[in-house]
Write a protein that binds this ligand. Structure first.
Ligand code: PMP
Length: 354
């Protein structure tokens, strides 16, 4: 029996998506999408359709550029500071490890400023940012969902300064005005399929790199004019992204998917808050719908529950090594039935201790 997978990414993939991908790449009668030129019609059509789906589902303005790039989300930590309003200071809202990794890269090539940091809350809370003066900054980089700590932005700074958002772990999980952001990026391996690729949505007018000095692979303008095919693109990753987008449409779009995600997260948070053996230290107003982080009331219980849950066929709930405790990742395609099984397992564990 297949294990119930709560890993943070790579993560659970819907069975129908997986089967459709196999059908499309392992065809005995015609050449597979993986063995033909990226200049051929089936591949250029796949990219066009995927770009169109992104724009449609996110209701993006027509002039937004949609790119499918290599290098996961991490390459964006280098590309963004090399491209966006390069002559002034880059601002960061520090909500934990993934923002800090972006800060580390940006610092190597330009001035940076940390606008606010959640370190005083051990990253269990999103720092306040509303009243800050941000006009002098080239852009503000933030991570909309903090995969390791289980926090999520439920509102965003209202500012004229361009907003750059790492949506790797909550892209397309809820309805948002996506046009308010000047650059969105998200590694594929959570809500968009498999690892390696990255979706980038950008307003062209924030790019001001000097193309004579910028390395070609790091230059957004080159990828825009090459329609994401400056070099051989990650076709399989884009195919999985395409199927994940179609899955969202089949559910009824982001409105429905958001309600599904709210229901799943509520089911688990309610149990954590009720169960005498578990607790969640993440501020209620900042709790993530995607990565639910919680702890056992003591270390012994923590170890016991890990092996207890494994006996119930559940995997992937051990928290990140920096945070400890537990983390259950409930990305878009994770069925609510799987969340119910985790909740039942927590209830049986509590009973076994009485
Ligand atoms: N940002 C966030 C919020 C992430 O969760 C991750 C991966 N877990 C990354 C960036 C890095 O992604 P990648 O491994 O694709 O570079």
């Amino acid at each position: 029996m297949k294990k119930i997978n709560f890993f943070a990414g790579p993560s659970y993939i819907d069975v129908a998506i997986m089967n459709k991908a196999i059908e499309l790449i392992a065809n005995d009668t015609k050449l597979s999408l993986l063995e033909i030129s990226h200049r051929s019609e089936p591949i250029t059509n796949l990219f066009e359709e995927t770009r169109h789906l992104v724009k449609e589902i996110m209701q993006l303005k027509q002039d937004k550029e949609v790119l499918f790039l290599h290098g996961g989300a991490s390459l964006q930590f280098a590309m963004i500071p090399s491209n966006v309003n390069v002559n002034s200071t880059a601002g960061f809202l520090d909500t934990g490890v993934w923002t800090q990794k972006a800060i580390k890269e940006a610092k190597k090539i330009r001035k940076i400023e940390i606008i606010a940091s959640g370190d005083k809350y051990e990253y269990n809370k999103i720092p306040k940012f509303q009243k800050l003066s941000l006009d002098h900054l080239a852009y503000i980089h933030l991570t909309s969902n903090n995969t390791i700590y289980g926090t999520q932005f439920h509102s965003f700074p209202k500012t004229k300064t361009p907003l750059v958002v790492d949506m790797s772990s909550d892209i397309l999980s809820r309805q948002l005005d996506f046009n308010q952001f000047d650059l969105i990026f998200a590694g594929f391996q959570k809500n968009l399929g498999t690892a390696g690729g990255c979706l980038v949505i950008i307003n062209k007018d924030i790019i001001d790199c000097d193309s004579k000095k910028t390395l070609s692979m790091l230059d957004y303008n080159i990828h825009i004019s090459g329609k994401s095919m400056f070099n051989t693109p990650p076709v399989f990753s884009v195919l999985m992204c395409n199927l994940s987008l179609k899955w969202i449409k089949e559910q009824g779009g982001l409105e429905v998917v958001e309600q599904m995600n709210i229901a799943k997260a509520k089911l688990l948070y309610d149990e954590i808050d009720r169960n005498s053996l578990f607790e969640c230290f993440v501020a209620k107003e900042d709790r993530s719908l995607m990565n639910i982080c919680f702890e056992a009331t003591n270390e012994l219980i923590e170890k016991e529950f890990l092996s207890f849950s494994e006996q119930s066929n559940i995997v992937g709930i051990k928290g990140h090594k920096l945070k400890g405790g537990f983390r259950a990742s409930l990305y878009n395609t994770m069925p609510i039935e799987n969340v119910s099984l985790l909740v039942q397992c927590m209830q049986s564990f509590e009973k076994s201790k009485q």
